[in-house]
Ligand binder design. Structure first.
Ligand code: GDP
Length: 639
């Protein structure tokens, strides 16, 4: 990660930048500044000219990092605290965490690993593609395509139609195996399709740092038009900078209306080529296998524009498409080779496991001895089951494979995720210091009107250049799990205006550390973002959700007072909590609990799976099906 923002390794190369030498140059406590650790001191001490890159190992202790950077361990611990990590001097951290500490101290770093390990450990998908394009031995490779779209618009049918209609010449013999990806051929050129349709798998992979897809095919049924998931899929593809091809499906249906689909798409800024835009569209019928070759041709044209390349002469690097255990064959994994060629008997590291490739099959179940770039293969021989999105890398020998896998296991045990998403405050500080370019936002609002107003307010800020921000998705309705996964994959924050997350989204946000911020006044939102960008926004309080409940019954009491019979869905609800009443994800009321009862007894709390009765202060408008979010506000210690 540091390579992206830091100065590239300057002069001398490899050994020059080794961290022990750097320590000598700077002296044991960072040179003339003695034991001082403040950032300004660090800057004063920095040598004239671009700072030299410090080489760091994949895993190191806080003390070792301090030594490498020429600062005190306390300075490192302080920076870790700013990243919301509590660490002791002897605690192990991984390279990406160390790099962020170094970045905060304006010291460029690079991971000290040999060529093959570096690929697996730290390179992003974009880095990989860039590297492949700069490699003089790189040649064109087939594009990798994911199919996205709304449910029932024909994604699965289209995948089947493409597969059965375009088996590569001379390969018709094999029996179709569903290994998670397949290749077809058109005019002697191959195209790889990922077999799991939908943007969920796509975004999950991105969240793990893998980008397997070069082109997204957006399926829209001609009789149904643009639907919520269509919009979601567009946002996910856009956030990943993956070009779109639109397949307008079901044109065999009597009520198919291609023009209406194109108009609807244009309204959300996906403008077809014949509407003056740059998005290729193809009319198809997956059912009657019409237009399939046209679609493949367009995919190849888009691929040509991207100049996708890889070097087949290197040791392979790839990504896991799926992993499972088979009763007879043991661990089976489908690998999509992204660069290099994977060969039988290669030794590979894959996520936190490793192994030797004992057998390799293609998507027709035939044994193969090697797999060039963009080819999906099923491999046997890994010691444990990898997960979709894990990177695979060929290494020199077993010893190295074991060492890397063990490092990764430690990394996973200590729970350092390589790309911890940031909160608004930290993003603001990063943009201030030039370490991040823009603030990415996912905007959710109760109604179209507020969405428009928010958009105006935010774009005005961007125009006045008070902040660099980019709205990567916007929509009305409750904050969903899909919004959270998009935020996680794109390092974005989610802003809810008069809307709340559903229980699944909240769980996902907590697990992934995504910042969801809620507003009901536009001015406050603008104010917060501006303050964050100036580095002024300090976290003071935060909300902690205790539980969710659903209204199952409404009781009318005298004096138009209401109580609700609840079923606690998740977590627990507390007598001292605050409550929001949500109807279809929109906030109707935000207030305090008046009474909480189980069987006529006042109680302090009720756990998930139980029923209870609740009355809210100043709210008497319950309806069956309303969701209640119970929460409390906590003070956050300033870091
Ligand atoms: P998915 O949920 O997007 O994967 O959609 P499916 O591929 O499962 O298709 C949903 C339904 O639409 C199925 O009943 C398909 O047979 C039907 N379908 C898919 N493509 C076409 C098409 O081109 N024409 C017609 N008439 N029906 C289609």
């Amino acid at each position: 990660m540091a390579q992206r923002y830091g100065t590239p390794t300057s002069g001398g190369g490899g050994d020059e930048g080794d961290f022990r030498r750097r320590r000598k140059r700077r002296g044991p406590r960072g040179g003339p500044g003695g034991g001082s650790t403040s950032r300004s001191t660090m800057r004063r001490m920095a040598p004239v000219g671009p700072p030299k890159t410090v080489m760091l190992p994949s895993i190191l202790t806080v003390a070792e990092l301090a030594e490498a950077l020429g600062v005190t361990p306390i300075a490192v611990i302080k920076e870790l605290m700013a990243l919301r990590m509590m660490a002791t001097i002897n605690q192990q951290i991984d390279y990406s965490t160390a790099a962020r500490v170094a970045e905060a101290l304006s010291i460029p770093t690079e991971e000290r690993v040999n060529e093959t390990r570096r690929g697996a450990a730290t390179m992003t998908a974009e880095d990989r593609q860039r590297e492949a394009n700069e490699d003089p031995e790189a040649v064109a490779r087939p594009p990798v395509v994911t199919i996205m779209g709304h449910v029932d618009h024909g994604k699965t049918k289209l995948l089947d139609a493409i597969r059965s209609a375009n088996v590569a010449a001379g390969e018709a013999g094999g029996i179709t195996q569903h290994i998670g990806a397949y290749q077809v051929e058109l005019q002697g050129r191959k195209i790889t399709f990922l077999d799991t349709p939908g943007h969920e798998a796509f975004t999950q992979m991105r969240a793990r740092g893998a980008q397997a897809t070069d082109i997204a095919v957006l399926v829209v049924a001609a009789d149904d038009g643009v639907m919520p998931t269509t919009r979601e899929a567009i946002a996910h593809a856009r956030a990943a900078n993956v070009p779109l091809v639109v397949a307008i499906n079901k044109i065999d249906r009597p009520n198919a209306n291609v023009d209406r689909v194109k108009q609807q798409l244009a309204e959300i800024e996906v403008v077809a080529e014949d509407y003056g835009g740059d998005v290729p569209t193809v009319e198809v019928s997956a059912l009657e296998k019409l237009g399939i070759d046209d679609l493949l041709e367009v995919i190849l044209l888009v691929a040509d524009l991207q100049e996708l390349k890889a070097n087949p002469h290197r040791p392979a690097a790839g990504v896991i498409v799926e992993g499972r255990v088979d009763g007879q064959r043991g661990v089976v994994a489908t690998v999509l080779v992204q660069n290099g060629t994977l060969r039988l008997r290669d030794i590979v590291v894959c996520g936190a496991t490793w192994g030797r490739v004992r057998a390799m099959n293609d998507d027709r179940g035939r044994k193969v001895r090697q797999a060039p770039p963009s080819m999906p293969v099923e491999i046997l021989g890994l010691l444990a089951t990898p997960e979709a999105g894990d990177m695979l890398q060929v290494v020199a020998d077993e010893q190295e494979a074991r060492a890397v896998a063990e490092e990764r296991q430690v990394q996973r045990r200590i729970g350092v995720s390589p790309d911890r998403p940031l909160r608004l405050e930290e993003l603001g500080q990063q943009i201030q210091s030039g370490r991040a370019k823009e603030l990415r936002i996912i905007l959710k609002a109760d109604v179209q009107g507020s969405l428009g107003a928010l958009q105006n307010a935010l774009s005005r800020m961007a125009e006045e250049q008070t902040v660099q921000l980019r709205i990567i998705a916007q929509n009305t309705g409750a904050i969903s799990e899909s919004d959270v996964s998009l935020a996680s994959a794109s390092n974005a924050i989610v802003i809810g205006f008069n809307v709340r997350p559903d229980a699944a989204a909240l769980r996902a946000a907590n697990a992934a550390g995504i910042d969801i911020r809620f507003y009901d006044v536009i001015y406050n939102l603008v104010d917060d973002i501006q303050a964050a960008m100036k580095g002024l926004l300090e976290p003071e309080t935060r909300e902690v959700t205790d539980g969710y409940a659903e209204v199952r019954q409404v009781f009318r009491l005298p004096n138009r007072v209401q109580a609700a019979g609840l079923y606690v869905l998740d977590g627990r609800v507390l007598r001292n909590d605050r409550v929001r009443v949500l109807r279809s994800g929109t906030v109707l009321h935000d207030g305090t609990v008046g009474s909480l009862r189980r069987f006529k007894d006042d109680v302090r709390e009720v756990a998930a799976g139980y029923e209870c009765g609740v009355g809210l202060d100043g709210f008497n408008d319950f309806q069956e099906g309303d969701q209640l979010e119970f929460y409390h506000v906590e003070r956050v210690a300033a870091s």
